[in-house]
Design a protein around this ligand. Structure first.
Ligand code: GRF
Length: 197
């Protein structure tokens, strides 16, 4: 089996990144993590990735004159790593339509809600405020519409009467760490790659 070459884009602590790195240590896993790239200097996940022996790169967005230049640099780095699939894991910058198109069908994200519910930020507080009985997380293809691309996999949990945004976030995060490696396994495994229309 030839493993698919995967990069992870992060902006912060990188706990989902760590879950992907851990899963990919299994010789039977169909993907290998060849690089971790951050748009934020000093993101916690960078050190974690380096400790795991993974190549890292920082392309701090404020050092580029325009978003298009930053994205061109990101793509150049991904191409240099020979990347076939890109996983966003807490990457906190919206990607342009041009970037999304370049990686169409090979660019995925994890979002902490049961999409299409609660796109955007503060999903846990919003789920509680809405009185949702269930909450969870979604791995989806990235398209130009924020948090709007086709769903690959979801994990659900029950919302408890005494939940706070923090307790809910913690339980959803555990599910994220299980779901993301499973979704990447699906995408990287045998079978034709999905291409959004
Ligand atoms: C996760 O909740 C993920 O769903 C969201 O951003 C958070 C990133 O956390 N997109 P981490 O950096 O993976 O720990």
């Amino acid at each position: 089996m030839r493993k698919k070459r995967v990069a992870i884009l992060i902006s912060g602590r990188g706990s989902n990144m760590a879950a992907l790195i851990e899963a990919a240590r299994d010789p039977a896993y169909p993907a290998e993590i060849v690089g971790v790239l951050s748009n934020v200097a000093g993101a916690g996940g960078l050190e974690r990735a380096a400790r795991a022996g993974i190549a890292t790169a920082t392309l701090a967005q404020q050092t580029f004159a325009a978003k298009a230049e930053h994205e061109a640099a990101v793509t150049a780095r991904l191409e240099a790593w020979g990347v076939e699939i890109v996983c966003l894991a807490g990457y906190m910058r919206l990607l342009s339509a041009a970037f999304v198109e370049r990686w169409a069908g090979r660019l995925i994200n994890i979002h902490p809600s049961l999409l299409p519910a609660f796109k955007g930020l503060d999903t846990h507080a919003r789920a509680l405020a809405a009185g949702a009985a269930e909450h969870g997380c979604t791995v989806h293809f990235v398209t130009a519409e924020m948090d709007g691309g086709p769903v690959i996999a979801q994990a659900r949990i029950k919302v408890l009467g005494n939940d706070t945004p923090e307790t809910l976030a913690a339980r959803v995060l555990l599910e994220e760490h299980r779901l993301y490696p499973e979704a990447l396994r699906l995408l990287a495994g045998d079978g034709a790659p999905y291409r959004p229309a």
